[in-house]
Design a protein around this ligand. Sequence first.
Ligand code: HEC
Ligand code: HEC
Length: 304
Amino acid sequence: MRANPPCGLTQKPPCNARIAILRRQVLLVALCFSAAFVFFAPRSFGQDTPDYFKLNCTNCHTIGGGRLTGPDLKDVTKRQGREWLLKFLMNPKAVIDSGDSYGKKILEESRGIYMPTPPGITKGRAEKLLDLIEAESLLEKSRFKGMKISTAPFTDVDRAKGRDIFLGPFRLKAGGTACISCHSMFDSPALGGGRLGPDLTKIFERLQGRKPLSAWLQAPGTETMQPIFKNHPLAEDEIHALVAYFESTTAERPADSSGGRVAFLLSGLIAAVVGIFFLDNIWKRRFHSVRRALVEANTSRGQS
Ligand code: HEC
Ligand code: HEC
């Protein structure tokens, strides 16, 4: 192999140094491309529309399986225009609050529960979702008709087990986190229940009963819960027990969060006051000793 000549003042390319630079540039561009690929790939290729629908919509909607928390989406593109639906998917609350009669009607039918804005929604994704719903509506049996939900009557054993799942003694089979770490219930002690999520005392009523609540728990679609339960789904018997438990607490009064908060603030205040007295004492003593040292130093200098 003939080596390229070294780069001199009169030497035209290609010469060694330039080739080295060129190689480095090619390498850099290749690196940038692969980094960009790794960064964008999971979003653009991994999570296609049916997966997105399954994760973010089936907790509240079926296609052809009846209403859950939200309406059955079969043939929704025949009930309402595409433009309206696109705007709605981008920001459901804003469209409903703008006050048109269709929005009011579907809100009322959902007992006042607003659909949350779908995570990471874009116009392109909303279009694809509507295409998917349209296509699935034409099928005899959509894959989103909904899962089978137990109709066995609730027993005391179920309710006790549901409570144990909520509080933690019953370990979830797939390893999900106990609900109490983020949620409170009517009887969870003042500072015991978690505060990250809402109180669940009346969740059976809020999500409108057994079928919607069970479906919701099969695919929790909220920002905080989805990452935890996506890879650790609740088992069928665990959902059955939890729903039994939540049904039984509907008549109770939710934990008074303000009481808990007052107690929390008070204990903080007391701790702060005690702390200040304590530090104050130490500080005074420190000053005393510093001063004494200064005074002694001065007086001894004065004496000498
Ligand atoms: C937490 C429950 C919930 C989730 C999650 C949810 N929706 Fe909704 N959806 C509702 C409710 C409730 C309504 C009725 C309008 C209202 O009250 O906001 C609704 C209404 C709709 C409508 C209009 C229905 C009609 O009859 O006109 C469409 C379309 C829709 N949702 C699509 C979706 C899609 C697509 C997703 C997933 C990206 C989704 N929804 C996720 C609760 C939900
Ligand atoms: C890491 C904290 C965390 C854990 C653990 C957790 N949740 Fe949640 N949950 C939340 C948060 C936060 C919300 C509010 C929505 C959001 O921000 O995601 C929520 C919302 C909910 C909702 C909907 C409430 C509503 O009013 O719409 C239900 C139902 C629910 N959780 C049930 C459960 C159950 C049952 C368990 C235990 C099996 C559980 N959660 C465990 C954090 C958690």
